[in-house]
Design a protein around this ligand. Sequence first.
Ligand code: NCD
Length: 328
Amino acid sequence: MLQISSLIQSELAQIRGNFTGKDIVSLEQFAVDDIRLLFSVAREMKRVAVNNMPSARLAGYLVSLLFFEPSSRTFGSFCAATKRLGGQTLDIQNPEAVTSVYKGETFEDTIQVFEAYSDVIVLRHQLAGMARRAAEVASIPVINAGDGNNEHPTQTLLDLFTLHERFGRLDHLKGLLVGDLLNSRTLHSLMRGLSLFKGNTVYLLSPQLLRLPADEIVSLRARGLRIVELASEEDIPRDCAFWYWTRVQKERFASSADYQAVARQSFVATPELLARYASKDMILMDPLPRVGTIDPAVDSDERAVYLRSQIRNGLYTRMALLALVLGL
Ligand code: NCD
């Protein structure tokens, strides 16, 4: 995959208690207090959304949703978040087909055009590093809604919010992370997020070809995250606070034959697996879509939060983030 990080000169701005005007590109920009601040606004936003309280917080503001890759939840929740706060969206899904990108316009020009029309750009792109590139080009905030196999920071904010709501803390947690550790941007950001808090341990379970790269393991361990790679399902410890399942990222494979070969080895969360290894207090998370990775028979288990709190928290945390980056 093309990586453009070598072209990048500027450092990403740290949040340091002030989101106003900042790009949100990576978990690298966050400290524990920034996450706490976002949570307190997200709790306020939850009250607004749950009680259908009319809000004009984003009235007069326009958010460009520029999605170069398909999306249900991230696109839908950013759209809903803007509208629940009285703002408006410019919805561009599949710009390669419906904008001048089709005619050969450069990425940089496209970003500058949408910068001229709106107050925030929410960008999803198939290439790692493009959110950072857009952030360099635009002077309005750019929010990374997933860049290739690199990061998905807003997913992590909602995942951490979900864990915090359930356990009342984000330190000293044990989590099982399953699936495509090589390509899953949700996992990459989540591990960075968990590494901000003390005493967290992650157990990794993936097909051999989809293991977390060794340099990533070294860098996460250096930040204090304890990482244990598991060889098989039989090694799953029974005291994990959460399981986080992911699908094999089909779109990152060169051919469908390559994908099929790996997908055959992927792990499936079933009622039997939960009965055997999951504690009664844990939660089962998945950023979705699940593609054969969670048996629908698990859905009725109240520990399964992927279609419940995890999804709804995406709305509240994105409402909070939009208000914060706009300084409203
Ligand atoms: C994730 C993504 O796009 O990375 N989806 C999402 O935003 N909820 C996970 C995935 O596609 O597997």
